[in-house]
Design a protein around this ligand. Structure first.
Ligand SMILES: *Cc1c(COP(=O)(O)O)cnc(C)c1O
Ligand code: SF4
Length: 347
């Protein structure tokens, strides 16, 4: 198998490392604010000043944002680093590509109440926060009008009313943006409302924060989840084994200790994880952290992300090769989201 995760010799060493971890590690909000937003600072930290000429004007309309702890997992001096490619603005994002749109998954059609999307039987998805600690270049969020849709604290009444009126809904999914961007006290408010609805038995959280800012899984979050009398699922989002390190392992341990089932969804991304060794290493590495693979998504066809696309033919071949190499439980389901479908669509 190819490169394995967390290979320490790849970590940034000496002074850049010291700068990256100089902030107090306990206060996730401080770490959030301290994220890198200037592409030149990112390139300097990684010894890649030479790439400055390849940056698009105005970050191609979608700001760079990446926590320093995530940058510390990138390889110094490697312009093809799979973590760097997920966050660095590229000129290719400015190409208008036919077939790529701004609302690629039909979210704007599925809205039932403020911030609540009800597309699939039994599950409703609440856009609990419009913020993310990291801006992933391939994300449909670069165009979704979250400013209008975001269900801010205190505006959950409408969503909770909708859930109360529909006893077929047994699972509430918190998504975004990143729902763990909310203060734990606000999450507690929301789940207090939820506990009054006996037909809702599961809470699912779609979040990238335990991976990109593992300090977010602090004791307050762990206590909230641990005390919650619902079945709890956290679906992480990691695309490459190098995204895991000891801090992410610790965050996963704390979540499991709070009674959470841990799953992961990835996006198949050209240049990042579009080969069998990389996908196998990802599955093995996440399982070592107590996380099972759930979905491997074909890219949502959003304008600005076309250069990440992997063809269905290649995606299917990768999936088949992965099945030949790994135990079945380490093979994610290869799916695409198609607006109007009753579920994610298997390839
Ligand atoms: C993806 C998604 C879900 C969850 O689908 P699962 O197949 O259960 O993971 C639910 N609601 C919406 C709107 C979604 O986009
Ligand atoms: S919603 Fe998820 S994929 Fe999109 S920018 Fe935020 S963390 Fe990245």
């Amino acid at each position: 198998m190819g490169r394995t995760a967390g290979t320490r010799s790849y970590m940034i060493t000496a002074s850049p490392q010291a700068r990256i971890t100089s902030t107090s590690r306990d206060d996730w909000r401080q770490l959030w604010r301290d994220a890198i937003t200037d592409p030149l600072e990112l390139l300097n930290l990684l010894g890649l000043q030479g790439l400055a000429d390849t940056l698009p004007a105005n970050d191609a309309g979608f700001a760079l944002r990446v926590p320093r702890g995530f940058v510390a997992r990138m390889r110094h001096g490697d312009p093809s680093d799979p973590l760097l490619l997920q966050v660095l603005p590229q000129l290719a994002e400015c190409n208008e590509t036919p077939g790529f749109s701004r609302d690629a998954v039909g979210d704007l059609d599925a809205r039932e109440a403020q911030g609540l999307l009800h597309k699939y039987h039994g599950r409703a998805l609440l856009i609990a926060s419009g913020s993310c600690a990291i801006n992933c270049r391939y994300c449909f969020r670069r165009h979704f009008p979250y400013g209008e849709e975001m269900a801010a604290a205190g505006q959950w009444r409408q969503a909770l009313d909708h859930l109360r009126d529909d006893p077929s809904i047994s699972e509430l999914i918190l998504s975004g943006g990143d729902p763990l961007a909310l203060a734990t006290a606000k999450l507690e408010d929301l789940t207090r409302g939820l506990q009054a609805l006996p037909h809702v038995s599961r809470l699912r959280i779609h979040t990238r924060l335990p991976v990109v800012l593992p300090e977010r899984v602090d004791s307050a979050l762990q206590h909230w989840l641990g005390a919650l009398p619902l079945q709890k699922v956290v679906v992480l989002h990691a695309n490459h084994a190098n995204e895991f390190d000891a801090d992410v392992d610790a965050a996963c341990r704390r979540l499991r200790a709070a009674g959470v089932t841990l799953l992961n969804q990835s996006v198949l991304l050209r240049g990042v994880n579009d080969n069998v060794a990389t996908l196998a290493a990802l599955s093995e590495r996440m399982f070592a952290a107590g996380v099972l693979p759930y979905y491997l998504h074909q890219l949502d066809r959003v304008q600005g992300a076309a250069h990440f696309e992997v063809s269905d033919t290649v995606a299917l071949a990768l999936s088949e090769a992965l099945r030949a190499q790994l135990p079945g439980y380490l093979v994610p389901k290869l799916v695409r989201e198609v607006g109007g479908d009753a579920s994610k669509r298997p390839l």
